[in-house]
Write a protein that binds this ligand. Structure first.
Ligand code: HAM
Length: 425
């Protein structure tokens, strides 16, 4: 027992270790390879950003702001900072600040890292969670939307998911959205008595959010409402049609979901989400869309953007529920150990020489008796053991033993290095 009371992690903020850490590594390295192949470069932005950035990007009527999900604090310099609730705003702030879009108006970026939202924690809904995301700037054509969606679907396929279905909707342009919100507000306020209190409040701030209400009576009423895609102008509709044509031509399954409005204010035209069964009540594993005015609204040039983010923890829950696992760890073929402390020094230098040529060996940092060392080697599935004790140091040799045949031989230090480096299982 410790001497003082234990300190617990903050609710909704998880330690990631063991098997979960291997899932994370697998996901991040698969994403890295895929995005790099498609010409995306990595961007890392700070976790803390000026609070104003999020008010101006995710928007005053977004779930994040309305539901007071931001971790905001005033620092010693009396500046208001916020721990990023999502990645897009920081990436845009950064590309503007560093003039990246002036140098090269087309930018394709990817990122991963922790995001923070003060939500009610439950399965798949955390206060600190990780996203892997991409953002494409400067490509107004539907091909950019399609590439972002396709990369999301590709990544899920590479992780082993079958039958990924993308839910898509067309939000039209900002004027269409404005008209839609006005129409919706009129309907909602004229039938005020039938809606829940929160939906009446939504009618005032952001009427589209009524589509997210979980109350049964509101769910029924929602079915009778006009849909945002019906308000989209003809250019936005042609744009959307081409996005879906590309997806179909590439064999990506999609579904129109006219209730999909997304919880962030910055979207226009294409929006999408990927839903996976088995991830708990919060089932969207990924989401994104086009945001053509956001760069300009954040003080940058009039350059359009489109992107998406995957929720890593939700994706891992989905992988586990479908029996998908990261590839098995490499089993070390040789277990190296020393019998006492002086021979640890000798063995350490031996192991380092082998490791400069191949990595699949294991070095036990504890001195072990011959018997204990062999037991450990068998337990970890090694084929060989390399041992040194005081006798080996005196003769400048290494003892190599095969666990399969029981044969052992004494090789000179250099010959033993060569033997292990060239060893084929
Ligand atoms: P979002 O839909 O808010 O979009 O989040 C993307 C994904 O992050 C969700 O689909 C979900 O998997 C995960 N996620 C969100 N909140 C939580 C939470 N509290 N706990 C666990 N996972 C969560 C965005 O953040 C946009 N920035 C995506 C984007 C990029 N749009 C354009 N570019």
């Amino acid at each position: 027992m410790g001497r003082g009371p234990q300190v617990q992690a903050i609710k909704g903020m998880n330690d990631i270790f063991g098997e979960d850490a291997r899932y994370f590594q697998f996901l991040e390295s698969t994403a890295d390879d895929l995005f790099t192949e498609y010409g995306y470069s990595q961007m890392r932005t700070p976790i803390l950003e000026p609070t104003e950035l999020f008010y101006r990007s995710v928007g005053e009527s977004s779930d994040i702001v309305v539901n007071k999900q931001m971790y905001t604090f005033v620092d010693a310099g009396e500046r208001s900072n916020t721990m990023r609730p999502e990645g897009t705003a920081g990436v845009i702030r950064s590309v503007i600040e560093h003039g990246l879009l002036k140098e090269q108006p087309v930018q394709k970026l990817w990122y991963h890292g922790p995001m923070f939202r003060y939500e009610k924690p439950q399965k798949g809904r955390l206060r600190q969670f990780n996203q892997i995301g991409i953002e494409v700037f400067g490509i107004p054509t539907p091909a950019a939307d399609a590439e972002v969606i396709l990369l999301c679907a590709h990544l899920l396929k590479l992780l082993g998911f079958k039958d990924v279905i993308i839910k898509l909707n067309n939000l039209g342009d900002p004027e269409d959205r404005k008209k839609y919100n006005e129409a919706l507000r009129d309907i909602l306020l004229s039938s005020k008595a039938q809606w829940c209190e929160q939906c009446v409040e939504r009618a005032r701030i952001n009427p589209m959010r009524v589509f997210d209400c979980k109350i049964e009576s509101c769910r029924e009423l929602v079915k009778t409402l006009p849909r945002i895609n019906e308000f989209a102008n003809k250019y936005a509709c042609t744009h959307f049609k081409t996005v879906t044509d590309i997806l179909e031509a590439c064999g990506i399954k999609w579904e129109l979901d006219t209730e999909l409005v997304r919880g962030l204010d910055y979207y226009c035209r294409t929006v999408f989400e990927v839903i996976q069964i088995g991830t708990g009540a919060q089932s969207a594993v990924a989401g994104g869309g086009r945001y053509d005015n956001l760069v300009e609204e954040l003080g940058g040039p009039a350059i359009c953007g489109v992107g998406m983010a995957i929720g890593v923890e939700r994706l891992i829950i989905a992988m586990k529920s479908q029996g998908l696992r990261p590839p098995p760890e490499t089993v070390p073929f040789c277990y190296c150990f020393a019998n006492d402390e002086p021979s640890l020094v000798y063995m350490f230098s031996f192991v380092e020489k082998v490791r400069s040529k191949r990595k699949d060996i294991l070095f036990d940092l504890h001195p072990r008796s011959f018997k204990a060392g062999l037991k450990n080697a068998n337990r970890c599935g090694a084929k060989l053991v390399a041992i040194a004790g005081s006798a080996e140091i005196t003769e400048r040799i290494i003892l190599i033993k095969s666990l399969a045949t029981g044969n052992q031989e004494k090789l000179s230090f250099d010959a033993a290095i060569k033997y292990l480096v060239d060893y084929c299982q």
